[in-house]
Design a protein around this ligand. Structure first.
Ligand SMILES: O=C(O)CCC(=O)C(=O)O
Ligand SMILES: [Fe+2]
Length: 201
């Protein structure tokens, strides 16, 4: 993959391309996404009650790309021009196709994403997930399920991160809260959803 070193020491593939977009390009993308995406405060059903997720989210994709995430069925909004453009560039770099993107907006250091794996069956076995970061930098932490080994990555404005192979089955990842003063960060995770009832797509 891209002749980059695999940062995962074992059980999966993880590739980091710092500065995939220049600071100028990334700043422009950030402004457009911040303004244009239909950011909303989502709720998930955990331990018998509805709780707000600690960030804003938006889900875009091809009409077939339904996706259950944290117990919620996401119906994708149609691609915006900016998202289409980013999708094509990420597809070219990854030599892979994506039919949907989950956008996350972390407004400050108090916003976060809890430990999880993107291992839903709609993503198929060993999904390739491409993640773009815009805005302030944040730490993404991986933890191996069996050994407990940790791997920390600082994701900065314009970075591309690719997760592939067995990574989602063997490791979990989280974006922890931080007490450091943080400006907002936008993250896009491009995914390929296999439409239910269409295992060949
Ligand atoms: O914000 C990030 O970098 C992580 C996002 C993530 O893990 C996800 O959307 O599944
Ligand atoms: Fe994830």
């Amino acid at each position: 993959m891209l002749e980059l070193p695999n940062l995962a020491p074992f059980d999966g593939e993880l590739y980091h391309l710092p500065g995939f977009y220049s600071a100028g390009q990334a700043d422009a993308a950030y402004q457009t996404l911040y303004r244009e995406l239909a950011w909303r405060r989502e709720q998930v059903f955990i331990h018998g009650r509805w709780v707000n997720v600690p960030r804003l989210t938006a889900w875009y994709g091809d009409p077939c790309a339904h996706y259950k995430y944290s117990g919620v069925d996401h119906l994708p909004l149609p691609w915006t021009a900016a998202l289409q453009c980013l999708r094509r560039e990420v597809e070219a770099a990854c030599k892979a196709g994506f039919n949907s993107v989950l956008a996350n907006l972390y407004r400050d250091g108090g916003d976060s994403m809890g430990s999880h794996a993107d291992d839903e069956k709609e993503l198929g076995l060993n999904p390739l997930i491409a993640s773009l970061s815009f805005g302030d930098s944040r730490l993404l932490r991986f933890k191996h399920l069996k050994t407990g080994q940790k791997l920390d990555l600082e994701l900065r404005n314009g970075d591309l991160l690719i997760m592939a192979g067995e990574l989602q089955h063997r490791w979990r990842h989280e974006l922890p809260k931080t007490r450091k003063a943080k400006q907002p960060r936008i993250n896009l995770t491009f995914r390929r959803i296999i439409a239910l009832g269409d295992a060949t797509s």
